[in-house]
Design a protein around this ligand. Structure first.
Ligand code: CDP
Length: 230
């Protein structure tokens, strides 16, 4: 089990995915689950201030996450909600704008954490999010907390968005990243923070592949971690 946490667009998902590939582990990006609840609530025109209704939706929603199967649209995984492929809907500005509110609700979190732990029962997993090392998998033998400057994170997200053919305004994206970090870090339940035993990595000046190599070297060197991780 490897837990990776960090603020918005810090490179944690890319690092997590590459690491899972190298180690032949399962991979779960938990952010997509909170995004899926948000996307569905918006589709159903549920009032996002209505915590009871949003929490009920989080319980009712049928969600499946599959690894990508060679689709040519650049996706890294596919998310189905109630049988519908909503993968690209998860990255829309409307979801960005609302996901931190939805994920601040305790009942929503409890339901998602339950599903994340169930996923963890399927085998060795690299799980990525905000509270994996602190709440979801506090016993994970290897915990990483990946950060980067807000400007670098916004640059990366702007590049990703325009690579995917969407309009992307750097200033808007920087504001969104900072706003989500603020809400995620200050919420009452499971705020974004490094676990006490997490290894902190600043990805501002390092490409994901270099970070992955450094982590693999660390796993190699530390036999205790290596045995537990596998
Ligand atoms: O990809 P990016 O870093 O922008 O965000 P994400 O990982 O997809 O997460 C989207 C939002 O979901 C975050 O801003 C959090 O509000 C929430 N989230 C959370 O509360 N707990 C998690 N374990 C993962 C995501």
């Amino acid at each position: 089990m490897i837990a990776i946490d960090g603020p918005a667009a810090s490179g944690k998902s890319t690092v997590g995915r590459l690491l899972a590939e190298k180690l032949n582990f399962l991979y779960l990006d938990t952010g997509c689950m909170y995004r899926a609840v948000t996307w569905t609530a918006l589709q159903h025109e549920i009032d996002l201030n209505d915590e009871t209704a949003v929490t009920q939706l989080a319980h009712d929603i049928q969600m499946e996450i599959f690894p990508a199967k060679g689709e040519e649209d650049g996706r890294h995984y596919t998310v189905h909600v109630d049988g519908q492929d909503i993968t690209w809907g998860l990255r829309t500005p409307a979801v960005d704008a609302n996901v931190s509110q939805v994920s601040s609700y305790l009942g929503v979190r409890q339901e998602m954490v339950k599903r994340q732990r169930a996923f963890g029962q399927r085998g060795a997993v690299v799980m990525v999010g905000r509270d994996i090392g602190t709440v979801v998998m506090p016993d994970a033998p290897l915990k990483l907390f990946i950060t980067a400057s807000a400007e670098e994170r916004a640059r990366r997200r702007t590049r990703d968005r325009s690579d995917q053919g969407h309009t992307a305004d750097y200033a808007d994206i920087l504001a969104d990243v900072q706003r989500r970090d603020e809400i995620d870090s200050n919420r009452q339940h499971s705020p974004l923070r490094p676990a006490d035993d997490a290894i902190r990595i600043d990805s501002t000046a390092q490409p994901p592949a270099a970070i992955v190599d450094a982590i693999l070297a660390l796993i190699e060197q530390n036999v205790a971690i290596s045995i537990k991780v596998k």
